[in-house]
Design a protein around this ligand. Structure first.
Ligand code: PFF
Length: 468
């Protein structure tokens, strides 16, 4: 097939007034949208439970190092690629590959990313569905005065019912598609600006409860004392994969959002703000959850995906105003998941519109339907297919492993190599003009040497040890 010739974005497009998908109204909207994408189930639900499964402290340390040395540099690279390409990740990569005079195989960065996004969305919608279900359970008083055992029973009942799970998964998917149909800049930008601060406030309230009523000292030391014996290579790979997952990297979301970024916005600071907020929310969630876990001996730190859905209802059910706060909390978790889910589907939607002439509605129906169908596998893996495993993983675990621990780090590695080694340094510099030359040089050095080496070592060792 002949490569279609891709043109550079017009100056009108480059000035931020892009016709086809729209643009963020300001740098601040980008920060909020990117934070909306980054802060989601990964921070509140996934981070605490995988930290718990991997013994806590040492895992957290590796995760933080990965955020700093791999996540942040790659995020700068992704925003930069998106803004220079000014199209969906697939077409942006086609354009940039041509610009750099490289083999078309580098387009794989775009394709891998978009595919990973849809795969993540498939199970993300299932888990977000749990949060939706919990809003009603909280409000109706199911957890009033509940013990950890009782909360465990409610959660178990939810998981055992495919019908219930599919119902809530479907509602969440429809919500996501509805916003993406409306376009990214309207609605979402506004919603995120109000909701993210609110989520933060509620987490602080929960933290207050944990300090007062949980075993805070034990929770704290679990998260921050570095017990390296508990850490395995498989855990290190999971920590690195999670650094990509939580920052929405390695799958085109940030690249797609970068494409809507105003031309003169400073990328470096923006990325720092997003990374800082994302990490803060994850740590706050961990600090809110673990003290409650340790105060209730029937909840195991390594309880897995149900950790938040069992520990937090116990907290809410036993605090003054807990029913109200609890309902609000799960509304906010749903919203955080919503603003992330949008960024999981948007890159693929943008591609179908640009290249295949779809309109937003059809593109959403098609892709949303696809992710929904694949998600049924995850639904069933919590009940009917619980014992169906591949390489020791059930369907949900397999999708999670394949995306977080394989596809995202590999795409991130390719991005670091592409920007660090293959793009013309002047082209890279021209997008990062506002950074001082010291900052630019340090960033490029880390991206060329440290990030790829770290990803490679962790990936090879992690995969080898996971399967040996
Ligand atoms: N960063 C999101 C979270 O932590 O929940 C998940 C996610 C969103 C991953 C968008 C990847 C992505 F592109």
């Amino acid at each position: 097939m002949a490569e279609e010739q891709l043109t550079a974005p017009s100056s009108d497009e480059a000035s931020g007034k892009r016709g086809i998908h729209g643009a963020w109204s300001s740098r601040w909207t980008f920060v909020m949208a990117a934070t909306g994408s980054a802060v989601g189930l990964g921070n509140i639900w996934k981070f605490p439970y995988i930290a718990g499964e991997n013994g806590g402290g040492a895992f957290v340390l590796v995760y933080l190092i990965c955020i700093l040395l791999v996540g942040m540099p790659v995020m700068v690279a992704e925003v930069m690629l998106g803004r220079r390409g000014r199209q969906s990740p697939i077409n942006a990569m086609r354009y940039l590959t041509q610009e750099a005079g490289l083999h078309g195989a580098w387009n794989a960065i775009g394709w891998l990313g978009v595919t990973a996004g849809l795969m993540i969305l498939s199970y993300y919608a299932v888990i977000a569905g749990w949060a939706l279900y919990y809003i009603g359970q909280m409000a109706s008083g199911t957890f009033q005065g509940a013990s950890a055992d009782q909360a465990g029973v409610v959660f178990g009942q939810l998981l055992s019912s495919p019908k219930e799970l599919i119902f809530w998964q479907s509602i969440f998917m429809l919500l996501t598609m509805a916003v993406v149909v409306g376009g990214v800049t309207r609605g979402l930008g506004v919603a995120v600006r109000i909701l993210m601060p609110l989520l933060f406030v509620l987490l602080v309230i929960l933290l207050g409860f944990s300090i007062q009523r949980g075993d805070f000292a034990r929770g704290f030391s679990f998260l921050f004392s570095f017990n390296f014996e508990a850490l395995t290579w498989a855990g290190v790979l999971e920590a690195m994969g999670h650094a990509f997952f939580t920052l929405s990297l390695g799958m085109g979301a940030i690249m797609a959002y970068g494409a809507y970024m105003p031309d003169h916005a400073r990328i470096g600071r923006t990325v720092l703000a997003v990374g800082f907020l994302d990490t803060l929310v994850a740590l706050l969630a961990g600090l809110a959850i673990f003290p409650i876990v340790f105060a209730n001996p029937t909840i195991e730190p390594g309880a897995g995906p149900g950790l938040m859905f069992v520990s937090l209802p116990v907290a809410f059910g036993n605090m003054a105003g807990g029913l109200l706060f609890g309902s609000i909390f799960f509304v906010l978790v749903t919203l955080a998941a919503w603003s992330s889910a949008i960024s999981l589907i948007e890159p693929a939607v943008a591609f179908l519109i640009e290249s295949k002439g779809f309109n937003r509605i059809t593109a959403n129906l098609l892709l949303g339907g696809l992710a929904w169908s694949v998600g049924l596998g995850s639904v069933l893996s919590f009940n009917v297919w619980a014992d169906v495993t591949l390489a020791g993983f059930n369907f949900f675990e397999f999708m999670d492993f394949l995306t977080s621990s394989v596809m995202l780090p590999l795409t991130g590695l390719f991005i670091a190599l592409f920007v660090g080694w293959l793009m013309k340094p002047e082209a890279v510099r021209s997008e990062l003009m506002d950074e001082s030359s010291g900052v630019f040089t340090a960033w490029r050095w880390i991206l060329r040497y440290i990030s790829p080496a770290a990803v490679l070592v962790v990936f090879v060792m992690g995969v080898y040890k996971t399967f040996s």
